[in-house]
Design a binder for this molecule. Structure first.
Ligand code: ADP
Ligand code: MG
Length: 249
């Protein structure tokens, strides 16, 4: 990761607006994410959290506003978009591993095909990452042979193998059985401690308290409130946040 002396935000959203037809799903979103910062995005279902994540790596186009990564504006298409997109790692609720590839191949595929890394280097790096997320014994297995928690940890390793500057997590534990949630959150806490810049959509308060620098509360396509985790969970300012927290806590 390159660092810049001027400390400009790694991710900057300014005046971002998006519509799905008539539905105004992102409304005047301004959000700066500093290098090494961990931002937890929380809010009711349908508030635009996933769309926000998808906009950051341009899986969804926006109609108005700007998004930049490391000082470079995300273009609408083309080579620069592909390059910038590769700087943004994404982990979804459903792990989306390639079913017919081994765990090791799942992690080496992107670096070899997209980053043009030599196979031997990609293998070595993949094994390190799989060790880091605690699945080094499973490298030759296929995704279906792993538990959900193990598969999600492989998905994290796969995203990290691309050497992203920022990692986006969209409800990474919500499809998991309860006993597997912590093994995934622990990996994410470790990443946060190592200085990875992260945007994490989750309702896991424990994670937010352990790892987040800021909580961003969204409702109906807007950022309604931004606060430090402890402040947000104990003394939310807006009625909407109070109401939301009363339902999930
Ligand atoms: P969240 O992740 O907070 O639950 P989403 O970003 O998934 O919210 O969705 C925000 C709103 O946009 C919802 O009302 C949802 O139904 C709508 N939406 C999401 N994706 C699409 C799509 N591809 N086409 C039309 N509407 C969509
Ligand atoms: Mg969502």
């Amino acid at each position: 990761m390159t660092s810049r002396p001027n400390g400009e935000p790694l991710v900057r959203l300014s005046g971002v607006n998006k519509w799905f037809g008539e539905l105004h799903v992102l409304q005047d979103i301004d959000l700066d994410i500093a290098r090494g910062e961990v931002v937890v995005v929380i809010g009711p279902s349908g508030s635009g959290k996933s769309t926000l994540c998808r906009a950051i790596n341009r899986l969804e186009p926006i109609e108005k506003g700007e998004i930049s990564i490391d000082g470079e504006r995300l273009p609408d298409e083309g080579k620069d978009l592909a390059r910038l997109r590769a700087d943004v790692g994404m982990v979804f609720q459903s792990f989306n591993l390639f079913a017919h590839k081994t765990i090791l191949e799942n992690v080496t595929l992107g670096p070899v095909k997209v980053r043009k890394k030599p196979k031997a280097d990609a293998d070595k790096r993949a094994r390190e990452l799989l060790d880091r997320v605690g699945v080094s014994a499973q490298v030759d297995k296929y995704p279906a042979q792993l538990s959900g928690g193990q598969q999600q940890r492989v998905a994290i390793a796969r995203a990290l193998a691309m050497e992203p500057k920022v990692m986006l997590f969209d409800e990474p534990t919500s499809a998991l059985d309860p006993e597997m949630i912590n093994e995934v959150l622990d990996v994410m806490v470790g990443l946060a401690k190592d200085g990875m810049t992260m945007v994490v959509v989750t309702h896991e308060m424990g994670f937010a308290r352990r790892a987040a620098n800021r909580v961003v509360f969204m409702d109906e396509g807007r950022i309604v409130e931004t606060a430090e985790p402890e402040t947000f969970f104990t003394a939310p300012k807006s009625e909407r946040a109070k109401d939301f927290l009363s339902k999930i806590l």
